[in-house]
Design a protein around this ligand. Structure first.
Ligand SMILES: Nc1ncnc2c1ncn2[C@@H]1O[C@H](COP(=O)(O)OP(=O)(O)OP(=O)(O)O)[C@@H](O)[C@H]1O
Ligand SMILES: [Mg+2]
Length: 576
């Protein structure tokens, strides 16, 4: 919670203001019983109507002032709470955006979402509440007690009976409730996770008729949430009646003891009623405090979860002194004895990988699934850092570039096409907001995606649905390619980006790329020999190591692994 509280510094003048307002509100409110005592003793008992009206008017004014103050306090504290959670959310989001894939894998996406929504909300609730209660509750207790004591010291022993009773009850309930709140919070995490998995995997779940098992899983967790929340509610349902009972008990005690004294003439009716009110205020302050105590642990769990995210230092950072270079033909990529191991993995996925991709040439990667092709190309935009060796672009280690400089050089087309909800136009402009319209049209043309736009009545304004469910796999890939092309980078990385394209489109696309991207360095990961055979250099991977490199014809002669792949895909004539 420390981290969360540190955000309060942004409200350095609003918070003292709240304290002053609450202070005056409480003081005024606690004046009322005195007035009531006077209205009864001096007004009603002696039937002095003008005095009753006079004191009554004063009381009314005070009550109005109290209400106005209370409303103002609520306004300000609600604003602080909402603005504070907004700040936290923003900071969390910025932090998460800067996470490298390593951190994402550590937290999981579902948990990051819960932390940025539900947890922030918990924190907002407790902050808003504390702002209002932190001053008023102790004030009620102290002033209530001292006023009651001043009114009639001999009756204050009643507090010695009632307060321990109240404290005992609150502490008991508190100790029953707190562990369960923590449990419910983690269960809600699980529930979110299950719901997310179910919703994103709905197609597969349907196709495998797995609804019953999924439902069972979900029901299990949901049931646990139900049981625990029910118990929580049941325990809590004792709270208010219990408190009311104790308060009524104290009133009865006061009236019982007071009645004797009134008879004996040592106490008057007004004072007894005032005493009751002060006692009630004081006891009520305990209730307020206990509410805060019950909510606090839950919010503290949330605060901790937020702080955990904020405290993470991303493992991939900008260098202290970033380098730049001015080259005439940029985009040469060099891998020098690169080793790589995924965080927490047991084995290296890449072993001693060295090659150079010259500017203006095409380098292709081929190899069986899991051989490390995607891993190699993902190292270039620094999604991960190498664990050994180095990668250089134009002679400078990629870790010495600013990350933005580095990524500006690269047009990356992921293995699984990703589009964002919004128009086609906004998706293509994703990396280059200021792209000219001609550039967009050209990018779509090279990517063989013009026809997708032409088919839609809305053209470029056609709205891609969330998760890009309203375009086909091949369309998604072509639009992803167009997005990278519009950026006009020096280096293109196609991670198996042609896999969902039919052979004809694949061939057209490669031809267009060759014509238009003559100066660019192109890296293509491919499964089809036909896609990559014309590359200037083909690198054959097996189990994370290079087992051959050269042109198609060289490899056919020298590399048995390549020959085997090619033989399985091409006809005898093509191989010859
Ligand atoms: N995020 C990750 N964490 C741990 N291991 C991973 C991760 N991503 C991939 N791997 C492992 O690294 C190895 C290489 O994976 P990679 O994705 O590079 O293969 P690939 O050659 O691109 O395969 P495909 O042709 O199926 O796309 C695999 O054994 C895989 O299990
Ligand atoms: Mg891959």
């Amino acid at each position: 919670m420390k981290k969360v509280f540190s955000y309060l510094k942004f409200y350095w003048w609003q918070i003292p203001l709240i304290f002053v307002l609450v202070f005056s509100q409480t003081l005024l409110e606690l004046e009322l019983p005195d007035y009531m005592s006077r209205i009864i003793n001096e007004g009603i008992l002696s039937k002095d109507i003008p005095l009753i009206i006079q004191i009554g008017t004063q009381m009314l004014l005070i009550a109005l002032a109290v209400s106005a103050l209370a409303i103002t306090v609520s306004f300000i504290s609600a604003r602080i709470g909402a603005s504070l959670s907004n700040r936290i959310r923003k900071d969390l989001f910025v932090k998460i955006e800067n996470f490298s894939l390593i951190e994402f894998e550590k937290f999981t996406t579902a948990s990051l979402i819960t932390r940025n929504t539900n947890d922030v909300q918990q924190v907002q609730m407790i902050i808003t509440m504390m702002l209002r209660m932190m001053i008023s509750a102790p004030l009620y207790a102290i002033i209530g007690f001292s006023k009651a004591y001043a009114l009639n010291a001999s009756m204050s022993w009643i507090f010695a009976v009632v307060i321990p009773l109240l404290v005992f009850m609150i502490v008991t309930l508190f100790s029953l409730v707190t562990p369960r709140y923590k449990l419910v919070q983690t269960l809600i995490d699980k529930l979110n996770l299950a719901a997310r998995e179910n919703l994103t995997g709905i197609r597969v779940i349907r196709a495998f008729n797995a609804q019953p098992t999924q439902q069972e899983k979900f029901h299990d967790i949901s049931e646990q949430v139900r049981v625990n929340s029910t118990i929580l509610q049941q325990i809590m349902s004792f709270m208010f009646p219990g408190i009311m009972l104790i308060m009524s008990l104290s009133t009865i005690l006061i009236v019982w003891v007071g009645a004797d004294r009134i008879n004996a003439g040592t106490l008057n009716v007004g004072d007894m009623l005032a005493f009751i009110q002060y006692a009630t205020s004081m006891l009520f302050s305990f209730v307020m405090l206990s509410m805060a105590f019950i909510m606090y642990p839950r919010a503290a769990v949330s605060g901790k979860r937020i702080a955990e995210v904020l405290a993470i230092e991303p493992q991939i950072n900008d260098p202290e002194y970033p380098k730049t270079n001015d080259c005439s033909l940029c985009g040469e990529i060099t891998f020098e004895n690169v080793y790589f191991r995924y965080p927490d993995a047991q084995e290296d996925v890449l072993r001693d990988v060295s090659f150079t991709a010259k500017a203006g040439t095409t380098t292709a990667f081929i190899g069986s699934t899991g051989s490390g092709k995607s891993t190699i190309v993902n190292l270039i935009p620094r999604f991960y850092d190498v664990t050994g060796g180095s990668i250089k672009i134009d002679g400078i280690d990629i870790r010495d570039y600013k990350q933005t400089t580095l990524r500006d050089k690269i047009g990356y087309i992921p293995q699984k096409g990703v589009l964002f909800s919004g128009s086609i136009d906004s998706n293509i402009r994703y990396g280059t907001v200021n792209a000219k319209d001609e550039d967009i049209v050209e990018a779509l043309e090279i990517a063989q995606a013009s026809e997708i736009v032409a088919e839609k009545a809305e053209g470029l304004e056609y709205l891609i649905a969330q998760g890009a469910t309203n375009v086909s796999g091949g369309q998604k890939q072509r639009l992803s390619i167009a997005r990278a092309l519009a950026k006009k980078p020096e280096i293109y990385i196609f991670d198996d980006s042609f896999s969902a394209l039919d052979y004809k489109t694949d061939a057209f696309l490669r031809k267009a790329l060759k014509d238009k991207l003559a100066d660019a360095t192109v890296l293509i990961v491919g499964q089809r020999v036909s896609t990559i055979r014309h590359a200037d250099q083909i690198i054959v991977l097996e189990n994370g190591a290079i087992v051959g490199s050269g042109t198609h014809h060289q490899l056919l002669e020298q590399c048995p692994v390549y020959l085997e792949i090619a033989a399985s895909q091409l006809s005898k004539e093509e191989l010859a």
